[in-house]
Design a binder for this molecule. Structure first.
Ligand SMILES: NC(=O)c1ccc[n+]([C@@H]2O[C@H](COP(=O)([O-])OP(=O)(O)OC[C@H]3O[C@@H](n4cnc5c(N)ncnc54)[C@H](OP(=O)(O)O)[C@@H]3O)[C@@H](O)[C@H]2O)c1
Length: 255
């Protein structure tokens, strides 16, 4: 990991933001319901984005939610300027096999660079196609250890100190497995989505032993409207510095 190898720069402070139903789902099983949080939840997401140098999203989330990964409007843009950040966050899309669609809404918005993170599973023709669309295509080996290193190198090259990850569950799972998540912002929404195959916060193979589960501590829980806005900090992240933890969280965003 970057923390132990002096040749690899430190990875950025990584915050995962998700809205989850009371039964732990983040979308419907048929993938048609892609937003389960309220307007306040969306505002909290924009406020969190306004603290980040870059946003990272999985290819399916980008396609299925028509994400553009912008700055959330003028108020948030002003906050970004006040914090000394670029007006728009850098956008990174994880697409191991390079399957990210050329028709994704993201490509229609050129307000900030787009970087696609692929692995050797992406064919040469897919990489060529993505190179025509994106500002950069970065290849890493694809295993958890090299994911942390890839993030650290990308962060050093692009000046990323705080990275906000917006799902989905497959990408999140890889980041959790790689011990790359420092903080989780989780909005608990008062509904039951059901569906055994509905996406959740971490949809990889999971951890077979309790001892291998990832441990976080609850640092904040604020009810607002019908939702509960929570923040968890990774046990062991307290001493990490780059980017640093979010200071407080309310439905109108971090202070
Ligand atoms: N409620 C919420 O807060 C929330 C937030 C986000 C998303 N969602 C929902 O979640 C669903 C999408 O989530 P999902 O889990 O199916 O997909 P996802 O994680 O968004 O995207 C999966 C894809 O990302 C790429 N990927 C994943 N891990 C990677 C890694 N370690 N390295 C490189 N690339 C990697 C792969 O692309 P390739 O196929 O190219 O290999 C993979 O197929 C949607 O229904 C969306 O609505 C909900």
């Amino acid at each position: 990991m970057s923390e132990t190898n002096p040749k690899v720069p430190k990875r950025p402070w990584v915050v995962v933001n998700m809205a989850m139903s009371a039964d732990g789902k983040v979308a419907s099983a048929n993938r048609r319901v892609t937003r389960i949080g309220s307007d306040q939840d969306l505002e909290a997401l924009y406020a969190l984005r306004s603290t980040a140098d870059a946003i990272l999203c999985g290819a399916r989330t980008v396609e299925e939610t028509n994400a553009t990964l912008g700055n959330g409007g003028e108020r948030h843009r002003r906050n970004r300027r006040r914090r000394g950040l670029q007006e728009f966050p850098l956008r990174i899309v994880a697409s191991a096999a390079g399957s990210l669609s050329s028709k994704a809404e993201l490509w229609r918005h050129s307000f900030s660079p787009i970087i696609v993170l692929v692995t050797p599973r992406a064919s040469a023709s897919r990489i060529r196609r993505l190179r025509r669309l994106a500002n950069d295509v970065v290849t890493y080996a694809g295993d958890p250890k090299s994911l942390g290193t890839a993030l650290a190198r990308l962060a050093a090259r692009r000046g990323i100190r705080r990275l906000v990850v917006e799902g989905g569950g497959i990408l999140n799972a890889a980041l959790f497995a790689a011990d790359c998540v420092d903080e989780i912002h989780l909005t608990l929404c008062p509904l039951l989505m059901g569906g055994r195959t509905a996406p959740s916060i971490a949809d990889g193979p999971g951890f077979a032993e309790l001892a291998n589960a990832k441990h976080f501590k609850l640092v904040s829980a604020k009810p607002h409207g019908r939702e509960l806005f929570t923040v968890y900090l990774r046990v062991g992240s307290e001493s990490r510095k780059p980017g640093g933890p979010t200071r407080g969280r309310s439905p109108s965003g971090p202070s």
